[in-house]
Design a binder for this molecule. Structure first.
Ligand SMILES: [Zn+2]
Length: 561
């Protein structure tokens, strides 16, 4: 009896599964879904088949069932939406970190309470430092705390609040500790902010941060790398591009990522740019390259080295503009933002990178910064063409139409993020309503035919990819309504491509990933809603239900059967 059942079972398999039983079985087959493939020419399909780490077929549920064999895992998508694995084109780390966590504060009082609690636990004189992943735009008062306010809750401890990548806020004890007062010369490419009566507020911007020496970050471990990837996999993210800084010391962190790679422990693919931000000396570029365990385009589908990340201007409060900042921030029409690396030095650095056959990407927030980048890139291009070599610019908050033509000529790729979603009111204060409303004009960039990759700049902005999708679709912001509806990207397919196939083209990996097609790496995410049709208001609350990287399940939501 037992034998006959077995025999019957085998025959049934042969009949039902045709080719699969002849040795072509897939490891995973997904059916009954709405699968956005991101293939050229578009196209939704019902399912796909995976063998090993790659897709082997896409198409109708019926066609995919032909790949089911005795050991195939079948995923019934039950109508759910599937995207190629999402990518973050500008990701530093997931946030958090060892300092005080200010990310959930919503008022100056909340922030002072957090600092006060840390002071109560610290020994007198101990330094108190915050994490960087917060912004004053999230506070009801929409302003930074003052040194004098921090003094009220932590008078006997030096306090340094790290805010994003460009700002420190110190209390009076910290200002005294580092001997910063009204007589301190303002470093080139930096700012020491004063209030209306000329007193220091405690804010140090960009190069002025160098007046302060924070303790070295602790070593990044393999466990830290695994923590990060677990968190981002839960949002359907399968690839990140790291622009010159990750967590901790760059090369030590890179070693930890490579150690995780050797252990076969990665569930996130890394495209890494070496740290050239702030570098003014070409010799330093050669040292950085010499120190790197990977050279440009070396690595594999898990960890690949992309080039070198440079920087010319500040961030929210220091982007270099051709028109002065607004209101009090414009200091009577004299403040245009910061040149963190001056043209002469920057040009020499870019020339060296190009001479070495390397690729650069540069942080440029303001239009004057973009001019500076284009001048340097054009000079480099005249010596050895950079077109077709995937040079890029990061952020591009404010640009002028004429600059797009110059960028096009150099075949530059554009890396954009949703800073405006988080920081809109602050940016309005700095730049005025009209300029702020046009920040990061993604529709114009796509319309001009650029290869645009999306991302978040986490932890400056939360890494949640659905926040960015929602913002680029609606131009809505967390606390201040819609900014510049004319720049809303109507095509949800285009927005998805920015974080799937465009990203893969951006990193030169479109032959191996970025779309759901036979022969490509089986990186995909099943999402909680249909991103092509869901009501916009629901998008920020979306999440991944299931994430696969290289044919392997790396995240499953409890609600996903
Ligand atoms: Zn960044």
């Amino acid at each position: 009896m037992r034998q006959r059942i077995t025999a019957f079972g085998t025959i049934a398999l042969l009949c039902a599964f045709g080719r699969a039983a002849l040795g072509q079985a897939a490891d995973v087959v997904a059916v009954n879904g709405k699968v956005f493939t991101a293939r050229d020419g578009g196209g939704l399909v019902e399912g796909f088949a995976v063998r090993g780490d790659k897709f082997i077929a896409v198409g109708t549920s019926e066609a995919m069932r032909a790949h089911v064999g005795a050991t195939t895992k079948v995923i019934d998508l039950a109508g759910r939406f599937v995207t190629p694995g999402l990518a973050d084109g500008h990701f530093h780390n997931e946030g958090g970190g060892p300092g005080i966590d200010l990310s959930a504060t919503r008022s100056i009082a909340d922030l002072l309470a957090a600092v006060g609690a840390a002071a109560a636990e610290a020994k007198p004189g101990d330094l108190i430092v915050s994490n960087s992943d917060w912004h004053e735009a999230q506070l009801r008062e929409q302003r930074l705390p003052l040194a004098t306010e921090l003094d009220r809750v932590a008078a006997s401890h030096p306090v340094v609040l790290v805010r994003g990548g460009h700002d420190y806020i110190l209390n009076s004890a910290a200002l005294r500790h580092w001997k910063i007062d009204k007589a301190t010369p303002v470093p080139d490419g930096g700012a020491i902010t004063r209030d209306a009566s000329g007193e220091l507020t405690g804010e140090l911007v960009d190069n002025a941060k160098r007046l302060v020496t924070l303790p070295p970050p602790k070593a990044v471990t393999v466990a830290d790398v695994l923590t990060t990837q677990r968190k981002v996999n839960a949002f359907g993210i399968t690839s990140v591009r790291i622009p010159g800084s990750y967590k901790g010391e760059f090369f030590q962190a890179l070693d930890a990522i490579l150690a995780a790679r050797r252990d076969g422990a990665l569930s996130l693919r890394y495209h890494i740019y070496l740290p050239g931000s702030g570098v003014r000396d070409p010799a330093r570029i050669r040292e950085i390259i010499a120190k790197s365990p990977l050279k440009q385009d070396e690595g594999d589908a898990w960890v690949r080295l992309g080039g070198i990340k440079l920087l010319v201007d500040g961030g929210f409060e220091g982007g270099h503009m051709s028109e002065p900042f607004a209101g009090e921030y414009g200091k009577g029409g004299t403040f245009f933002g910061l040149t963190v690396v001056p043209p002469k030095e920057y040009n020499a650095v870019v020339k060296t990178i190009n001479d070495l056959g390397w690729r650069a990407t540069t942080h440029a927030v303001g239009d004057a910064a973009i001019d500076q980048v284009l001048d340097a890139y054009e000079a480099a291009d005249a010596e050895h063409p950079i077109a077709g070599r995937r040079w890029a610019i990061e952020h591009l908050f404010v640009s002028r139409p004429a600059q797009l033509a110059r960028m096009k000529k150099l075949d530059l790729m554009l890396s954009v993020q949703d800073h405006l979603y988080l920081a809109a009111p602050a940016l309005k204060n700095y730049l005025g309503a009209a300029r702020a409303s046009q920040i990061t004009p993604v529709k114009s960039y796509l319309g001009a035919g650029f290869l645009v990759a999306g991302g978040t700049d986490s932890p400056v902005v939360p890494f949640n990819p659905f926040f960015a999708f929602y913002h680029f679709l609606t131009r809505d912001t967390i606390t201040d309504g819609v900014y510049g509806a004319n720049e809303a990207v109507m095509s949800r397919e285009d927005l998805l491509r920015m974080v799937t196939i465009n990203y893969a083209k951006f990193t030169g990996e479109a032959d191996v990933k970025g779309s759901i097609e036979p022969g490509k790496l089986a990186d995909f995410a099943v999402l909680s809603e249909d991103l092509l049709t869901v009501a916009p208001a629901k998008i920020p609350d979306m999440r991944a239900m299931l994430t696969y990287v290289g044919g392997r399940e790396v995240f499953r939501d409890g609600a996903m059967k």
